[in-house]
Design a protein around this ligand. Structure first.
Ligand code: WTA
Length: 656
């Protein structure tokens, strides 16, 4: 926190054109939003969203269940598309897409879809969904690379009231099957592959594998799937199952482009997005229609301060919540131009992002600290080769940004002229919660600064009491907000236990935090059993259960270790079954096994074999101690509850 003393005041140029022009104006609006939330949210719901039937009541809240804008009817795709068709936005680029193989040169593989064109594609695909029996409330899995069809499929689901669940392309066949089973999905939308760092990610092959996986009793996990729609992207050969698999491009020719948006109730489920938690099974975070859309729309407008001529680029994959709220729904609801890039930042060379910014005149750029640290490592010569003068605003999300990375981002990418919005939020919160507003909020490198309108965060102790300024504690949100999760799919008990029992009546974020004397929030990171590896949430329990499913493994414990590039690295302690002998090849085998079970994102960085794991008398693994061992530190703290003290010494000396 060496930069904590530094404060960057908002620059005049940004302030003069901004939606919110000063800290005083922010504070006034914030106060209004907190003191009279019904009036505040009621007003913005009417100005920001288009309703098919007016809502009756802003909020009904009986913790943990919230209902926002009850009685209202609306449609998300109509708010993102139809709304713009009668305006000058109709022929503006909604999506600018660049494929990875475009490589060098000015003319590459690119597609631009205006709002009118996107509307047509969405209507067509919505009719394809209907043709194959998808109706309101059905669940649809989207397992696609970063191509326009991903956004089209999402919007098409919302048009007919189907609930989408996007699965990140980096997840395994097993993960796809588990998610299909959990939400009982009827259809999968995938592609013959996607390009990533010059190679083809075989998504259809993973889907094929997922559809034959069985549970422990031998029952098919994906029993509910009867259609797979396949986008042709790479032209590599794929297996086609007659009667089950259909081509996207062929289906689109069989349907009409007329598809009126379905009236959805405010609280109708909109999508499910699986995220890691503290048990072995990812949880399906459920978002609903009106509140989510309002959160995504409002924050996009104010945090990115969207203006008519912006070219906005959020680098997140649509498989994560950031891609949902800030590649698709938020920007489109605002009539912005949203850029999508298919591939890796260092393909064919480490300047691909800077090349794209210069080529399309990107003005707003939103990425993750782990990416920023990689850019720093690759060297300043790469951004220096390109004209980045079109940039006017930078954003960061996914993990705490270290002040050094913040300064580099500010100086090398932003040319010292672009404000940085460090935005804190979660899959569960649906939209940005703590963030500077450009032009209004003075920024401090490493702090997400102040709450967005209507958000009441607080740092509390174990009893839920607010801690003094500068003291560390748990971050909770005291009051409901429109885009809050509505539950965990099929598991109300877990929803209550995970978020609403730690501090009674408040939403528990799972993050540690500190508030400074100016009221600025400094997020420390997760304090539950979730790690943040390269901006991806990985549940330790999930990796552990993947490891123990390997025939050689008896027990496993997973902890995080600080990592200069990824934020946190995954360190795994493993005990082997009787008769199995540790050998170097086994380490590799276990890493591959985790990648197969969960996906390459969860591959352990370091695997250590141990004779036993340190446990309390009640049998709980002492992660705190393992963490210290993983970090190479001395063993501190009370170890009197240890079952077998000698275990620790052996762990410390085992090689990594
Ligand atoms: C972390 C991503 C510090 C945090 C939108 C949170 C951050 C988790 C920030 C959610 C930030 C996200 N500063 N930490 N600006 N943004 N986090 O669900 O630990 O993938 O709880 O949502 O990322 O990750 P998720």
């Amino acid at each position: 926190m060496q930069q904590e003393g530094r404060v960057f005041p908002p620059d005049r140029k940004t302030s003069s054109g901004a939606h919110i022009k000063s800290l005083a104006q922010y504070r006034k609006l914030y106060r209004e939003s907190i003191e009279n939330p019904d009036k505040f949210w009621g007003k913005v719901a009417n100005t920001e969203l288009v309703w098919m039937k007016p809502w009756k009541k802003v909020l009904t809240f009986k913790a943990p269940h919230a209902k926002w804008f009850a009685g209202g009817h609306l449609n998300v795709s109509a708010n993102c598309l139809d709304k713009h068709l009668a305006t000058g936005t109709a022929n503006k680029a909604a999506l600018i897409w660049e494929g990875e193989p475009a490589g060098l040169g000015a003319v590459g593989e690119e597609r631009v879809l205006t709002y009118r064109q996107l509307h047509r594609e969405v209507c067509l695909f919505a009719n394809v969904l209907k043709k194959h029996g998808i109706v309101k409330g059905d669940r649809v899995i989207i397992y696609l690379p970063m191509i326009p069809e991903a956004a089209i499929a999402m919007l098409a689901c919302t048009r007919i009231g189907a609930i989408h669940s996007v699965v990140f392309g980096g997840f395994s066949a097993q993960s796809v099957a588990d998610r299909i089973f959990d939400c009982q999905a009827k259809m999968v939308i995938t592609s013959d592959g996607g390009f990533r760092r010059g190679a083809i990610v075989p998504l259809k092959k993973s889907v094929d594998e997922s559809l034959v996986l069985v549970d422990s009793t031998g029952k098919l996990l994906a029993q509910t799937i009867n259609k797979v729609v396949v986008v042709r992207r790479t032209a590599n050969p794929v297996h086609f199952e007659p009667g089950r698999d259909v081509w996207w491009h062929e289906e689109m020719n069989t349907v009409s482009p007329e598809c009126p948006p379905v009236k959805m109730e405010s609280e109708s489920p909109l999508f499910i997005l699986y995220t890691s938690g503290s048990t072995g099974k990812p949880k399906g975070i459920l978002h609903s229609t009106a509140g989510y859309l309002l959160g995504a729309t409002m924050t996009s407008k104010y945090v990115f301060d969207l203006r008519e001529t912006d070219v906005y680029w959020c680098t997140a994959d649509i498989g994560w919540v950031t891609g949902h709220s800030y590649v698709v729904y938020g920007p489109l609801a605002n009539g912005a131009t949203s850029l999508m890039y298919e591939g890796a930042p260092n393909f064919p060379e480490p300047d691909r992002f800077w090349r794209i910014i210069a080529k399309y005149g990107v003005s707003i750029f939103y990425t993750a600290p782990t990416a920023i640290r990689a850019f720093m490592k690759w060297g300043n010569e790469w951004p220096k080769k390109h004209d980045l003068s079109s940039l006017r605003l930078l954003g960061s999300v996914g993990e705490p940004i270290n002040p050094e990375a913040w300064m580099w981002y500010h100086e090398v990418i932003g040319g010292k002229r672009c404000p940085i919005v460090d935005t804190w939020w979660q899959t569960e919160t649906g939209s940005i919660m703590i963030t500077p507003l450009p032009g209004a909020t003075p920024t401090k490198p490493g702090s997400a600064t102040l709450p967005f309108f209507g958000i009441v965060p607080e740092v509390v102790d174990d009893h839920g009491k607010p801690v003094p300024k500068n003291a560390g504690g748990k971050l909770v949100i005291r009051k409901p907000w429109p885009s809050m999760l509505r539950g965990i799919w099929g598991d109300t008990k877990r929803f209550k236990e995970t978020y609403w029992t730690e501090v009674k009546g408040s939403y528990f974020t799972g993050d540690g935090c500190r508030q400074d004397k100016d009221g600025y929030f400094w997020i420390v990171g997760r304090i539950d059993d979730v790690l943040n590896v390269a901006g991806h949430r990985i549940g330790t329990a999930e990796v552990e259960s993947a490891l123990v499913s390997h025939p050689s493994v008896a027990e496993a414990a997973v902890v995080g270790r600080p990592d200069a590039l990824k934020g946190q690295a995954l360190v795994v302690f493993v005990t082997l079954k009787m008769g199995v002998i540790a050998h170097p090849g086994l380490r590799d085998e276990l890493r591959k096994h985790v990648a197969k079970e969960i996906g390459p994102v969860a591959k352990p960085d370091d695997i250590r074999f141990a004779e036993a794991l340190p446990k309390t008398r009640s049998g709980k693994i002492m992660r705190r101690l393992l963490k210290q061992v993983a970090c190479g530190g001395e063993i501190k703290g009370d170890t009197t509850t240890l079952e077998d003290l000698s275990v620790l010494e052996k762990l410390g000396s085992s090689e990594g």
